[in-house]
Design a protein around this ligand. Structure first.
Ligand SMILES: Nc1nc2c(ncn2[C@@H]2O[C@H](COP(=O)(O)OP(=O)(O)OP(=O)(O)O)[C@@H](O)[C@H]2O)c(=O)[nH]1
Ligand SMILES: [Mg+2]
Length: 346
C-alpha cells in the first residue's frame, strides 16, 4: 500500500515527505523517487498501551512515496516518467503550492494547478482507453467489455474523474491490471506559506476538490517541519503562536490511511499491544490470517470487544462480566477499533 506524494515541481512534496518520514532528502530539486515508512498515530493504541503496559507497542504503518514533479520535454506539465511513477501508487496525495517559491516563475495559483493536474490525468487515462477501444474493435472484444471502456471514455470526455463512478455504475472487473490515474483515491493538500498556515481552504478550491470526489487538507510544510524539530512541550506553544490547534501531520497521515479504505483492529496483552491493518469489509477469518496463517487455517471463533465498549468498562474482565464480549464466527465483518482474540486449533 503506497501513497504517492505527487504534484508539480517545487510544490513542497519532498518537504512534506521529510516531515512525515523523519528522513532528510534534499529539497529544492526533483531527484529520484523515494519511499519512507510512516507510523499511523492512533490515540486508542496509546490508551491501550497505557493500560496493558506491554513489552512492545506496535502502531499501524503506511508507506509514502515522494514522486518528483519532473516536467515534460516542453517544460510544462508532468513528464511521461512522472506520470508512470504516479500510476504505480495505490492512492495519491496531490501537494498544491500556495506559497511564493522564488525558484519558480509566476504567482502561486492552487486552483490552476489542481485543474492542470486533473486534466493531465484525464488525458493520460483517455489515451489508454482509446487505444483499448481501437484494439477491441479490431479483435472483436465482447460488447460488455467495450461498454465499460466506452462508459469510461464518456466520463473522461466530460472531464470527470473515473473515481466519480461507483462500482454499480462501472463494472471494474475487466479493469484488473490497468492503472487509471483518475480512479485512484485522491487527497489534495494545500501547502501554505507560514504566514497563512491557519487560514481555511478557500471555498472555490474546496468546492472543486469536492466535485473531484477527493479529500482535502490545509497544511504548511515548512511549519510542520519546524514543529517536528521541537520537543512535545514546545510544540504546543508553537502551535498556539501560529494560531493552530494541532499539527496537520497527524491529520494528514490519518486521512491518507482512510483514503485507502484501511481500518485497524487491535490485539492486546502483556507481550504486545498492536494495531493490524486491513481493508474495510474484511471478514474475521481473513483478518486473523494477518496475524498468522495458522490463525486463519485453524480459525474457530473471534472474541471481539469494540474499542468503545472496552473504554466503557475499562478492562477485559469487566466487559466479560457485563456480558458484552462478542463471540463471532468466520464471516463477521471486522470493525475499525475491534479488540480481537482469535481462538484457533491446528
Ligand atoms: N515558504 C514555504 N516554502 C516551502 C514550503 N514547502 C516547501 N517550501 C520550499 O519550496 C521549495 C521546493 O520544495 P520541495 O519540497 O523541494 O518541492 P518538491 O515538490 O519536492 O519539488 P520537486 O521535487 O522538484 O518536484 C524548497 O525550497 C522548500 O524549502 C512551505 O510550506 N512554505
Ligand atoms: Mg522533491
Amino acid at each position: 500500500m503506497k501513497i504517492g506524494l505527487v504534484g508539480f515541481a517545487g510544490s513542497g512534496k519532498t518537504t512534506v515527505f521529510n516531515t512525515l518520514t523523519g528522513l532528510d532528502v534534499p529539497v529544492g530539486y526533483g531527484g529520484e523517487l523515494r519511499l519512507g515508512t510512516v507510523r499511523v498515530p492512533d490515540e486508542r493504541i496509546d490508551a491501550l498501551s497505557a493500560i496493558f503496559s506491554p513489552k512492545k507497542t506496535t502502531f499501524a504503518e503506511m508507506v509514502f512515496c515522494d514522486v518528483p514533479g519532473e516536467h515534460g520535454a516542453d517544460k510544462k506539465g508532468l513528464s511521461t516518467r512522472a506520470l508512470q511513477q504516479i500510476r504505480e501508487q495505490d492512492a495519491l496525495c496531490l501537494v498544491l503550492r500556495d506559497f511564493a517559491n522564488p525558484a519558480l516563475e509566476g504567482d502561486a495559483d492552487p486552483l490552476r494547478d489542481l485543474e492542470a493536474f486533473h486534466m493531465e490525468c484525464v488525458l493520460a487515462d483517455l489515451e489508454i482507453i482509446e487505444r483499448r477501444l481501437d484494439r477491441g474493435k479490431r479483435e472483436n472484444a465482447s460488447k460488455q467489455e467495450m461498454a465499460v471502456f466506452e462508459k469510461m471514455r464518456d466520463t473522461l470526455e466530460s472531464e470527470r474523474p473515473l473515481r466519480c463512478l461507483s462500482d454499480i455504475e462501472l463494472d471494474r472487473t475487466p479493469l484488473k491490471g490497468y492503472d487509471f490515474l483518475t480512479d485512484l483515491p485522491l487527497l489534495v493538500a494545500l501547502n501554505r506559506g507560514e504566514e497563512r498556515a491557519a487560514e481555511p481552504m478557500p471555498d472555490d478550491l474546496a468546492g472543486r476538490i469536492g466535485e473531484l470526489q477527493a479529500a482535502d487538507l490545509v497544511l504548511s510544510a515548512s511549519v510542520e517541519a519546524d514543529i517536528a524539530a521541537l520537543d512535545a512541550e514546545d510544540q504546543a506553544a508553537f502551535l498556539d503562536d501560529m494560531g493552530l490547534t494541532e499539527s496537520a501531520l497527524k491529520r494528514f497521515i490519518r486521512s491518507a490511511y482512510g483514503l485507502l479504505d484501511l481500518i485497524s483492529f487491535f490485539t492486546v496483552g502483556p507481550d504486545e499491544v498492536r494495531a493490524w491493518t486491513i481493508h474495510r469489509g474484511m471478514h474475521a477469518r481473513e483478518a486473523a490470517g494477518r496475524i498468522h496463517s495458522d490463525l486463519e487455517r485453524g480459525f474457530i471463533r473471534a472474541e471481539v470487544i469494540p474499542y468503545a465498549v472496552f473504554t466503557e468498562y475499562g478492562s477485559e474482565s469487566a466487559v466479560k462480566d457485563a456480558g458484552r464480549l462478542q463471540v463471532e464466527g468466520k464471516d463477521y465483518v471486522v470493525q475499525d477499533g475491534d479488540i480481537m482474540h482469535i481462538r484457533f486449533n491446528v
